[in-house]
Design a protein around this ligand. Structure first.
Ligand code: FE2
Ligand code: FE2
Length: 289
């Protein structure tokens, strides 16, 4: 399949899908305690680490897609690129607000963000645009997989955090991640289309992503001189590796991405977008535009 026909084919699949940035208003002042997530420092710092990675990470996603925008002539994909850029730019801003609130509570967010930023700058300096876009496509698969788990497991993922703006933010972010999950992938197919490279890059990203999160968590805990208890460790282990835990559930989802010919739309998650306003009316109510 040529790059052009691949672009048309994938755009054809998603011709109905519109990607619409939603303006949201979250009250970050509701985040009042450092270890807000189940009172567990490991799980709370995991949320902080993810959030710290988003502002610069999502700007990187935008840059890598924008680089190839001029090479795309399919009008559907071009419209989706605009929607993708709008959504990711808004995610970056909202997570910056959340990170600032976390920093005001004493979490070393700036330190962790600086580390992520340095890693991104190194990738930009040393990798060609095709590999950078392959990184974005792989990370978009991670976020879409995380998003599906979050929305399908409201009690495990975000259920107990009723006093945290993170709950509302995660629901909205997760839904939009699913909505635009194939955009970077389709641009890669249309403009780069090196399947072996996509898979090799993804293997590296899938292996290193959680290591990077763990390093950020250790930095946050170290700065706060906080030592998790055995209960915290057990709970965090179950959250990730227990029955239905994120890492146990998601292992086959990551393997699927590594198969030649995979496309993000092979995983049907559309029901999660169609139903989100009914499932989470209190989050939908925070939409201001
Ligand atoms: Fe995002
Ligand atoms: Fe995304």
């Amino acid at each position: 399949m040529t790059a052009a026909s691949a672009a048309t084919a994938t755009a054809g699949v998603r011709a109905e899908a519109t990607i619409k940035p939603r303006q949201m208003r979250f009250d970050m002042s509701q985040l009042r305690t450092k270890y807000f997530f189940r009172d567990n420092p490991i799980l709370s710092t995991l949320m902080y680490a993810l959030s710290a990675s988003f502002p610069d990470g999502e700007r990187f996603f935008i840059d890598t897609v924008r680089h190839y925008q001029k090479d795309i002539d399919d009008p559907v994909l071009l419209a989706q690129i605009r929607g993708f850029i709008g959504q990711e730019a808004h995610h970056s801003r909202i997570h910056e607000d959340f990170n600032a609130q976390a920093a005001s509570l004493g979490m070393a967010m700036e330190k962790v963000q600086r580390r992520f930023k340095r890693r991104i700058e190194t990738a930009k300096r040393n990798l060609d645009p095709g590999r950078q876009l392959a990184i974005t496509a792989a990370l978009e698969h991670i976020t879409a997989t995380l998003a599906q788990w979050t929305l399908e497991n409201p009690e495990a993922g975000v259920g107990g955090e009723s006093h945290s703006p993170l709950r509302e933010m995660l629901v909205w972010h997760a839904m939009e991640e699913i909505e635009h999950k194939a955009v970077a992938f389709d641009v890669y197919r249309a403009a780069v289309n090196k399947e072996k490279q996509r898979i090799v890059v993804a293997k590296i990203i899938f292996r290193t992503f959680w290591v990077q999160m763990a390093i950020a968590q250790l930095m946050l805990l170290w700065h706060d001189r906080k030592i998790p208890s055995l209960r915290h460790i057990r709970e965090a282990w179950n959250f990730m590796w227990g029955k239905g835990g994120f890492r146990s559930w998601s292992a086959p989802e990551f393997k699927r991405y590594l198969k030649p010919g995979f496309h993000p739309d092979d995983i049907n998650q559309s029901h999660l977008i169609e139903q989100w306003q009914d499932t989470y009316p209190e989050v939908a109510a925070l939409q201001v535009g």
